[in-house]
Design a protein around this ligand. Structure first.
Ligand code: SAM
Length: 274
């Protein structure tokens, strides 16, 4: 078979000096680069004087362009796949292309390099022998809750990706569903303002102001076997009732209870009605 090779190439997560010699060489030598965001990748290529043609390959175009890229590979062309940062296929496009290529018998070759999850893990001070990469939590409250409940007895160190916008909400949910565990928050890895915050969730959640900026990885200590009980319906009904008894308006009491226990207002409302 004269098919080409699909290279999955790591790119820097913030510091251009983390680009490897091999990544530059491969990106120069291949016939085509499949990139998550061609404008973003073009800047990287310009910096390293790489003139290889680019093809968009992201969540939106992965079906149509995946077939085109596969056709190029099958015709003998070598293709590199890159994402905006770090390893393609890790919370980024690339996994489907790799699968497609493997199913068609195309050879795949990793070009390792920067990765936010592992960089954060090795500097966390938490156990690195066993870890569980959870990536981004889903958007829906129910799915987040289901996942966190399942993870609550996972003994391996947990790794989460999070955007600045959702950081506080996620920390509150982690505390609610996993308990007030030790965590390490890695912020702006490899960049000028790189920072690690280590401590219990309750100690760190107050360290952020209103405007949170940067990129974050949250590393959470695994389950230690210590009993931790999730807030029960009784707990939050009591909390809400106490607020109302102390003179707080019913609506405000339900809103505050929902916030405190990280539940929806509807859940509180239904429980109170019962
Ligand atoms: N493929 C990437 C990798 O290998 O790490 C991950 C891409 S994912 C779309 C982006 C998320 O990774 C960010 O929201 C953040 O959680 C994490 N991340 C990426 N770069 C980072 C950095 N420099 N510092 C901290 N977290 C980072």
């Amino acid at each position: 078979m004269n098919a080409g090779i699909l290279y999955l190439v790591a790119t820097p997560i913030g510091n251009l000096e983390d680009m490897t010699f091999r990544a530059v060489k491969i990106l120069r030598e291949v016939d085509l680069i499949a990139a998550e965001d061609t404008r973003h990748t073009r800047k990287l290529l310009t910096h390293f004087e790489i003139h290889t043609p680019l093809q968009r390959y992201d969540e939106v175009t992965k079906v149509a362009n995946g077939e085109k890229i596969l056709a190029e590979l099958l015709s003998g062309k070598n293709v590199a796949c890159v994402s905006d940062a770090g390893l393609p296929a890790i919370s980024d496009p690339g996994a489907d292309l790799a699968k497609l290529a493997i199913e068609s018998g195309v050879q795949i070759c990793p070009i390792p390099g920067a990765n936010a999850a592992l960089s954060a893990l090795i500097c966390s001070g938490l156990d690195t022998t066993n870890f569980y990469f959870a990536g981004f939590l889903p958007k829906s409250a129910k799915s987040r809750k289901d996942i966190l409940q399942k993870l609550s007895t996972q003994e391996a160190t947990l790794i989460f990706y999070e955007s600045p916008h959702h950081l506080l909400k996620t920390l509150a949910e982690l505390k609610n569903f996993l308990g007030d565990r030790k965590i390490s928050i890695a912020r702006e890895l490899t960049k000028l303002h790189e920072e690690f915050l280590r401590g219990k969730i309750s100690e760190l959640e107050n360290k952020f102001g209103d405007e949170i900026k940067g990129e974050f990885v949250i590393i959470v200590e695994g389950y230690s076997g210590e009993e931790f009980s999730l807030p029960t319906e009784e707990n939050f009904i009591d909390y809400c009732k106490n607020l109302i008894a102390s003179g707080v308006d019913k609506k405000i009491a339900m809103r505050d209870t929902a916030k405190k226990f990280n539940l929806s207002r509807r859940e509180i409302y239904n429980a109170m009605l019962k």
